[in-house]
Design a binder for this molecule. Structure first.
Ligand SMILES: NC(=O)c1ccc[n+]([C@@H]2O[C@H](COP(=O)([O-])OP(=O)(O)OC[C@H]3O[C@@H](n4cnc5c(N)ncnc54)[C@H](O)[C@@H]3O)[C@@H](O)[C@H]2O)c1
Length: 313
């Protein structure tokens, strides 16, 4: 059935892919963004589509629209961007959640929260199941994001318990793909851009720290499946790719796929940088029948070809 769907942060990396997918599925989309990190280029192909409407708005202010479903993605996601104005980052997560939950309460809309693996902090359990409460520094430079997202989860579950809201919370692990921001300091885009420009590749620490990387199409499939679950399924549910790679392995793959002559240079690890991050996705498998399908090499090829066009190289 066609739904009126609000996507906050809809002009961002993940939000724009979600808008594409929901339009393909036959829904009417209200894409909301303040364009802090998102861009009109990400959604320009949708402008003029009668099922797509774009609204410049900041989620820290209340919104009055009629809507069936809300995907709440608005929030800068990379350290460079979320540390630029940390107070605004916390406001976006916390006031944004309050405003969107208030809207869901009034309209009886189902509401989805894009939470993050950062709620686990620098984890002592590996891989991380949803039952793990995390190890997060409340006062460090990453806290505006990590604690903002944790508080947003708290609000979602309190609205669920107190007002019977139909909530869906997913914890997203590192995701990559076309439309990532070229200079947001995230490792995949950093390495690709440096490799394509034949610049030195910046490695933090000794490169042995690991991350898992999920291709964007896989993640969006997980979003849609989660939104389609019956009312009792609230999450939080981890969505990510359990395949684990060291930063050195990632850099080597990117150098090979781009045919770059770039060399690695090593810098100290930034504070609070987690050494390991890998999702346990058993819940997603059981409740959503979901697991990632795109392997790292295929996903990197798509991402590299996007950046080649963007950078004109
Ligand atoms: N990409 C990942 O690997 C990843 C991992 C974990 C969680 N997430 C979460 O997914 C969501 C989307 O992330 P992304 O990677 O697409 O990042 P992004 O920066 O590309 O997208 C965020 C979007 O939100 C918009 N925005 C920011 N503050 C806003 C505000 N106050 N009001 C309205 N719009 C605002 C930005 O302009 C941007 O379009 C975020 O909530 C992020 O925390 C992403």
């Amino acid at each position: 059935m066609t739904q009126a769907v609000l996507v906050t942060g809809g002009a961002g990396f993940l939000g724009s892919h979600l808008c594409d997918r929901l339009i393909n599925d036959g829904h009417n989309i209200l894409c909301l963004d303040n364009f802090f990190t998102g861009s009109k280029q990400n959604i320009e192909h949708l402008i003029g589509n009668p099922c797509f409407e774009l609204l410049r708005h900041d989620v820290t202010f209340p919104l009055y629209v009629e809507i069936d479903q809300i995907y709440n993605l608005a929030c800068p996601a990379s350290p460079i961007h979320y540390q630029h104005d940390p107070v605004q980052t916390t406001k976006t997560s916390v006031h944004g959640a309050i405003n969107m939950l208030g809207l869901a309460k009034r309209t009886k809309a189902r509401i989805f929260q894009a939470s993050t693996s950062e709620v686990y902090g620098d984890p002592e359990e590996h891989p991380q199941p949803e039952s793990y409460w995390g190890k997060v520094n409340p006062i460090g430079p990453r806290s505006c994001y990590d604690e903002g997202k944790r508080c947003a989860e708290t609000l979602f579950f309190d609205y669920h318990r107190q007002h019977d809201l139909d909530i869906k919370v997913v914890r997203i692990f590192n995701t990559y793909g076309p439309r990532m921001h070229p200079n947001d300091g995230r490792v995949v885009s950093n390495f690709i851009v440096q490799a394509l420009r034949s610049e030195d590749i910046t490695m933090y620490g000794n490169g042995q720290q690991t991350r898992s990387f999920c291709y964007v199409d896989d993640l969006i499939e997980g979003f849609v499946r989660m939104m389609g679950t019956e009312k009792g399924i609230t999450g939080p549910i981890n969505l990510g790719n359990p395949g684990e790679f060291t930063m050195l392995e990632l850099a080597e793959k990117i150098i090979k796929l781009t045919g770059s002559k770039s060399k690695l240079i090593f810098h100290p690890l930034p504070p609070d940088d987690p050494k390991q991050r890998q999702p346990n996705i058993s819940l997603a498998k059981n409740h959503l029948g979901w697991e990632p399908k795109v392997n790292l090499e295929d996903g990197l090829k798509e991402t590299i070809s996007y950046f080649k066009k963007l950078l004109n190289v």
